[in-house]
Each structure stands twice: as C-alpha cells, then as structure tokens.
Design a protein around this ligand. Structure first.
Ligand code: SAM
Ligand code: SF4
Length: 328
C-alpha cells in the first residue's frame, strides 16, 4: 500500500460515506424549505456496492470511514454495513455522524458491529428551540437519550456538533460550555455556512472568534489535543474541565490546506470537495461490472481532481446537490 495523495501533496486517507439522502429532521440551515427531490431506491448504492468501493479505497490507503446521510440511521440495516466495513483489516476507524434521534435504539448493535465513535448534532438544549430548528414536532429528549446510550455502550468520546446561529441559539453558548466543564461533554462549535436561504443565514452568522470571546467569560480556554480524530476542529478546554471545546471555521478561516478526504454520495458519486459540485461517477461503472483495478483508477482520478480550496467566502456555493444530501 503506497497511500493516496492529491495534486497538492495532501495525503488522502479519509472517506465519508452518505448512506441515504433522506432525513427525519428538516434543520433550517441544511434542508431547503421547499424540500428536496429524493433519489429513487434503485439509484442508491446497496451495502454490497458501498463495501466494494470502500475495499478498493482501503487498498489505495483510505483507513478512516465516517458514515453520514441525510440521516444515516433512517436507512435500515445500518449495523450490517458497519459489520462489513469492519472486516476490512486495514481500516483504522469507523465512525458515524447522526442527529441522534434514533441512536438510543441502535447504539448497542452498532457498537457490536464494529462502530468506534459517534458525532451527534445538537444545536440547543431547549425543547421549544429544538422543534423550531428542526422544523417539526421532534423531541430533544430522544437526542439526549441517544447521547447517554452511545456513551454507555462505549462509542466514546461522543462529540457534539453545534452550529451557532445569532438570535437562535447563541444565547446558549455558555450553557454548552458549562457542560464541558462539569460533565464529559466534547462540544464543537461550527460556523454556519450560507447554503440554504442565503439572506437569512447571512444575518445569523457568528464567527468562531466571537464565540470564543463570549465563552471566555467562563475562564481562559487552553489549547489541547483532540479527544480523538484528526478533523478540521481546533480544540481547547477550560482549566480542570472534564470535556473539550472544538471550533470549526469553514467560513472565517478555511482549513482546506489540511483536507484529507473524499465523499461518497448515496447515489454513488465520489465528491471531491464538500463545497464544489465536481463528482466522479462510480455507480454506473460498478453496475457495468468494472474490475477492482478499474475502480481504483477512478478513485485515483477523483483524488487527482480535488480542488485546492473552496470559495465560500467569495460567495461560491455548490448548486447541484443540497447539503443535506452530501452529509457534511
Ligand atoms: N443528519 C446527520 C446529522 O445531522 O448529524 C448527518 C448529516 S448533517 C448534513 C452533518 C453535519 O452538517 C451536521 O453536524 C450539521 O449540523 C452540519 N451542517 C448542516 N448544514 C450546515 C450549515 N449550513 N452550516 C454548518 N454546518 C451544517
Ligand atoms: Fe438536520 Fe442532519 Fe437532517 Fe441536515 S441531514 S436536516 S443537519 S438532521
């Protein structure tokens, strides 16, 4: 195994796999208000097809996989896919990003199948706001229970992803931060990307530097190592805190120079950058019987085409596929 690297000499060892374009929530910043057109079931990769792609990618040097969606837990039989991926012996890490609503039901089964870690999206600690942000009669208690069960079955460290929105949840920054002091919460504050309803979202943007300033009312944040993983977040903790705080700055400071990833969409396209529409089709070649060597060539072609950076700050946003169907 030689390892993959792109034309800017960035090592590529991480694959994010979206297993479905469906979601049981409709978060305001992710899902367009008019909804999205869903891919028909026959165009969604089967678990066997996902495994074939992951295996070929692993033979090229991919050793970390994250399962995402839409909401990955709405696809039935997810533990079976985890079990298949866990059999790839060079795979170092298999993780999941979820909204947590269905997690308490599946956490134990996922853990025994070989899942190692989980990131859970949680933007508020208040039920009324949870309903508002997720646009429906959804229950925050389900997510909190998901967090608890994930921890108890050993999917640790559980990281929480919190998108900060002015006037929506920025009054809860200190509540989240306090949780990292008193409990073993690992909270990552994410800058809101203007991907849906750009005007409203622009007015809700809060930069990480402002978030950090507000958090320091509780004390000085000390840089620290991540509790796990090697993603784009920078980590800190309050003195003597049990948990950590991460900051992710897709808007104010892109982290593309460290990009190590590819994304596989539920309909079998390798996406070269979260924020660019360029994709390489794997589904059709796979369904036409491409060899493992041919599949690997397509993956290498995708890696070679990775762009240097995204251009969100210049107003350049992806148009072809809504964010909820790429999986973050
Ligand atoms: N449904 C799963 C979940 O919510 O965790 C996985 C898919 S979701 C698209 C992955 C991550 O993208 C979530 O943590 C979500 O908060 C984040 N996200 C979605 N839209 C975003 C936006 N406009 N700006 C910043 N983060 C966003
Ligand atoms: Fe919310 Fe995740 Fe669904 Fe997007 S994909 S609407 S972030 S739960």
């Amino acid at each position: 195994m030689t390892g993959l690297s792109d034309s800017f000499q960035r090592p590529i060892n991480y694959l994010r796999i979206s297993v479905t374009d469906r979601c049981n929530l409709r978060c305001t910043y992710c899902m367009p208000a008019a909804g999205v057109s869903l891919t028909s079931h026959r165009d969604i990769l089967t678990y066997e097809e996902i495994y074939t792609i992951a295996k070929a990618a692993a033979e090229l040097g991919i050793d970390k996989i994250r399962i995402t969606g839409g909401e990955p837990l709405v696809r039935s039989g997810l533990p079976k896919l985890i079990q298949m991926l866990a059999q790839i012996d060079t795979m170092d890490e298999i993780a999941l990003t979820t909204n947590g609503t269905l997690l308490s039901r599946y956490a134990a089964e996922l853990k025994s199948a070989g899942l190692q870690r989980v990131n859970i999206s949680l933007d508020t600690l208040r039920q009324d706001k949870f309903k508002f942000i997720t646009c429906g009669d959804n229950n925050l208690g389900d997510v909190l229970k998901g967090i608890e069960v994930a921890r108890s079955v050993g999917l640790n460290p559980v990281k929480l992803n919190t998108v900060v929105m002015a006037g929506i949840n920025d009054d809860e920054l200190l509540d989240f931060a306090t949780k990292t002091i008193n409990e073993e919460w690992h909270v990552r504050f994410i800058e809101l990307m203007p991907l849906v309803d750009e005007e409203t979202i622009a007015s809700q943007f809060v930069s990480v530097s402002e978030v950090r300033q507000r958090l320091e009312l509780l004390g000085e944040l000390e840089p620290c190592l991540p509790s796990a993983g090697n993603g784009p977040a920078k980590y800190f903790r309050f003195p003597h805190a049990r948990g950590t705080i991460g900051f992710i700055t897709p808007v104010s400071e892109h982290f593309c120079f460290n990009c190590n990833r590819l994304r596989l969409t539920a309909d079998g396209q390798l996406r070269l950058c979260l924020l660019s529409d360029d994709e390489v089709d794997l589904k059709q070649p796979l369904r036409s019987g491409i060899s493992s060597a041919g599949l690997k060539e397509l993956i290498e072609e995708a890696v070679a085409r990775k762009p240097l950076r995204h251009h969100l700050a210049e107003g350049d946003t992806p148009k072809d596929r809504p964010f909820c169907q790429v999986g973050g």
